[in-house]
Design a protein around this ligand. Structure first.
Ligand SMILES: Nc1ncnc2c1ncn2[C@@H]1O[C@H](COP(=O)(O)OP(=O)(O)OP(=O)(O)O)[C@@H](O)[C@H]1O
Ligand SMILES: [Mg+2]
Length: 265
């Protein structure tokens, strides 16, 4: 099976050279575990190799993502300029509703609230010309955001599209999305927050070709909090089920050698 390097050397070694080409992999983890940074590595390395990439961002602004990437020496804006990378911001357009609620308490005028709305929208238009309202979006609509010639896609965070769906609805929609993207030979990393992953009974694991979990846990021997990665599945790939320690350094994610699973208790 052909591979798409993950952009993280230690991870490539653990998954037979990279994510399976044309397939979907799910990355889950707690807040701050490092999910988005895994996605940024993939976007950067793929662009360096001349692949066409799309990052669908539901939480962070393109500016924040570019700034985070730049901290690791990944100049993603160059790839936006040369057209290899597109960051599509899918907004939760709640600002109006939230501001209106605040209005009751803080006495914002309607004009002020409309201004807040406009600023919020304007920010998304600047980078990609089009903002998308998550309230009107279905999981399968992700397909519409991805041009046909795209090679690599990161969806960060799929979890917000799972709100309000029962488990069967979520499974059906996510399976369909996966099948459509597989047919398009699109290598996809779905990032999903732990809250949505658990509230959908971890069912997303079954739809994708691979599943990677990130943890932040206390090392009982040192009392220090540490980051761990577990590759729970990667079809057509021999993998170790051992947890590996990783760190986020000035150059991004660095994997260490495998750690004994007992540490996680
Ligand atoms: N330059 C850096 N050096 C060390 N650690 C960093 C650096 N930049 C960011 N981090 C760490 O990375 C963490 C965030 O990683 P990331 O944004 O990938 O998490 P996440 O799993 O996507 O979180 P969320 O669920 O909130 O989106 C921060 O909490 C911070 O501790
Ligand atoms: Mg994130």
């Amino acid at each position: 099976m052909d591979r798409v390097p993950t952009g993280i050397e230690g991870l490539d070694k653990k998954v037979g050279g990279g994510y399976p080409l044309g397939k979907g992999v799910l990355i889950t983890g707690a807040p701050g575990a490092g999910k988005t940074i895994f996605g940024l590595h993939l976007m950067h390395y793929s662009c360096v190799q001349g692949k066409r990439c799309v990052l669908i961002a539901t939480e962070e602004s393109p500016e924040d993502l570019l700034e985070q990437a730049a901290m690791f020496g990944m100049a993603l804006e160059l790839f936006i300029e040369n057209g290899l990378l597109s960051i599509k911001q899918v907004l939760e357009i709640r600002a109006g509703a939230v501001a209106r609620a605040a209005h009751l308490i803080d006495g914002f005028s309607n004009t002020e609230i409309d201004l807040i709305d406009e600023c919020h929208l304007d920010r998304s238009f600047r980078h990609d010309k089009i903002g998308f309202n998550i309230g009107e979006m279905d999981i399968i609509d992700i397909v519409k955001l991805v041009p046909d010639d795209t090679d690599v896609l990161v969806v960060d965070n799929l979890g917000v599209l799972a709100f309000g769906l029962d488990i069967k609805q979520f499974r059906d929609k996510f399976d369909t999305l996966n099948r459509v993207l597989n047919e398009r030979r699109l290598t996809t990393v779905y990032i999903m927050d732990d809250a949505a992953y658990k509230s959908t009974h971890q069912i997303a694991d079954y739809s994708t070709h691979g599943a990677i979990k990130l943890f932040v846990k206390e090392n009982p021997y040192t009392g220090k909090m540490e980051r761990y990665i577990s590759i729970s599945k990667m079809r057509s790939t021999p993998i170790s089920l051992d947890f590996s320690l990783f760190e986020i350094t000035d150059s991004g994610i660095q994997l260490h050698k495998s750690k004994n699973v007992e540490i996680l208790g």
